[in-house]
Design a protein around this ligand. Sequence first.
Ligand code: ZN
Length: 413
Amino acid sequence: MPSEYLTTRSSCRVCGESELYPVLDMGEVPPANGFVDDAETDEVLFPLEVVSCRSCSHVQLKHTVSREFLFSDYPYFASSSGSIPEHFRAYGEMLERRYLDEGDLAVDIGSNDGGLLAGLSEGVRRLGVEPAENVAAAAEERGVPTETEFFDPETARRLRDEYGPADVICANNVLGHIDDLRGFLEGIDELLAEEGAFVVEVPYLVDLVTEAQFTTIYHEHISYFSIRSFSALVEPYGMAIADVERLDRHGGSIRVHVRRQQSEATVSEYVEDLRALERARGLGETETLDRFAERVRQKKDALRQLLFELTEDGASVVGYGASAKGNVLLNYCDIGPDRIDYIIDEMEAKQGTYSPGMNVPVRSPDAFREDDPDYALLLAWNYWDLIREKESEYLDDGGRFVVPTPLPDVRNE
Ligand code: ZN
């Protein structure tokens, strides 16, 4: 593998200690968003291994694939997809109610096309930080000032000089992607006002482990946070978790409110409740993580067996939804064109490509309508409610969905 894109961690990204416990090895796979134009493409494979820090319990990937490789062509526009605008509206209201006054500065790191900031009142000064140029341009177009930068201490110092300290800094589904977490926090420490709030959304380790959600594990997602490990991350910078909320997003997330320890903020009791929950679930113990890995392997075996039985009987199966997590599933479970004929996806840019790793062709939903396959393997299970409604005719006519999670299952309604 090309070493210039890959680094192997010898120490924890949160606390710097060096004892990393091996949790789960998912093999060598290409990046989960790396659809290829040609099934003969020589794909670049990277190891996908989950480890846990014996000292602070932080669960993370053993390797880092450089962001230049992973994010070189990142087409995701947050506001244009699904339920997010309502989420941003409520989120913005909460920020203004709790933390923002007229003239205050709100910074959103990884601001995408400016969806969150665009919803804030006119009187609040807004600043997005977004490395992807095309996405940052879309934010500027809707009136959200945006710096095209990766966030690091140097950027933070420049922003502070230019705009002053930030009363709110948000980073939603950003921290999980960061290799240099301590550098990121150093930047937050530079930029955050004395009484400011750093508000972060990350997928929650409790949900990942409880439901053995291995399909969110791919190279872009470097870290999997608990309250315990998040505290260990912020405390060296004189900050602490003051409040936390649990959200349904991304299979179970937390929104963490971080304040400086010397600020006037009080700490919500719910923070301690979640710490207690994590202790009760044994989240910091290697036995718990071993059990998680064992359940992941069982899910793989169960899905493989189900698809084997269906296709041995001559049934036709296609994939439904060409998603990154679907690719994790196909690669880890070794499900390729011998089991599913093709994957359908509405996004035209993906049609005519092949899924990374297993190289299953991606086709338009028209193929699905014409072929009327016996089974559709659901690869976008987070949209199951929408899909079952949309495909009610297929289901009424005898079509079946194979739903891979929480446990592999055939559904006819
Ligand atoms: Zn650690």
